[in-house]
Design a protein around this ligand. Structure first.
Ligand code: HEC
Length: 172
């Protein structure tokens, strides 16, 4: 029972990203035989909302672990992102044919992407910016481009725009 109490508390905070620390907690107090079962339940707890992930596959880019400059990121955002996500990310434009009907706002950003840990926050946002994503719906007019995979932005520019997005979504 003790193990599951730890698991519940941690998974609400960090959702899918707890698997490694969770496994080591299990190993420490439960022994290796329990690890397989525990890991499966760690990734599929009944009460957690899954973290939003892009439709396009791929891991984090270099930008996710670089230091970004939010001031430069503000300019990059205004030139490249504002047309769809709105000024300062406050209101996504209409997106006919998509399930949501609009491009998501980034300020405030989807709650599952936000984290008090800036590294986790950067990772979550980076996946979308690197690889792009097509929203749900039969014929979405607008989709998120793969800024990293197409080298439209450099990794430093992506790190800067991530720092800007984090700066406009202060930790709650
Ligand atoms: C052509 C319109 C368009 C532009 C320009 C654009 N995006 Fe997006 N973006 C989208 C759409 C549409 C989605 C929703 C994707 C989905 O639902 O899978 C999205 C999703 C995102 C998300 C995930 C948000 C969430 O709630 O799921 C982030 C982060 C993001 N964009 C950042 C950026 C950044 C940074 C830029 C500029 C470098 C940018 N976008 C430029 C259309 C755009």
């Amino acid at each position: 029972m003790f193990r599951f109490a730890i698991h519940g508390a941690r998974s609400r905070l960090m959702l899918g990203l707890v698997s490694v620390p969770f496994l080591s907690i299990l190993a420490a107090c439960g022994g290796a035989t329990a690890a397989g079962t525990g890991a499966a339940s760690a990734t599929t707890p009944a009460t957690t909302v899954p973290i939003a992930r892009p439709s396009n596959p791929g891991g984090p880019g270099q930008a996710a672990s670089m230091t970004g400059d939010p001031q430069r990121g503000m300019g990059i955002f205004a030139s490249n992102c504002q047309a769809c996500h709105g000024a300062q990310g406050t209101a996504g434009v209409s997106n006919p044919g998509s399930t949501d009907g609009t491009v998501p706002a980034l300020n405030p950003i989807d709650a599952t992407l936000q984290s008090k840990d800036p590294k986790v926050f950067a990772y979550n946002v980076d996946l979308f910016i690197q690889h792009g994503s097509t929203p749900g719906g039969a014929t979405p007019a607008l989709k998120m481009a793969a800024w990293g995979d197409t080298n439209t932005l450099t990794q430093q520019q992506i790190a800067d725009v991530i720092a800007y997005i984090i700066s406009i979504n202060p930790a709650k």
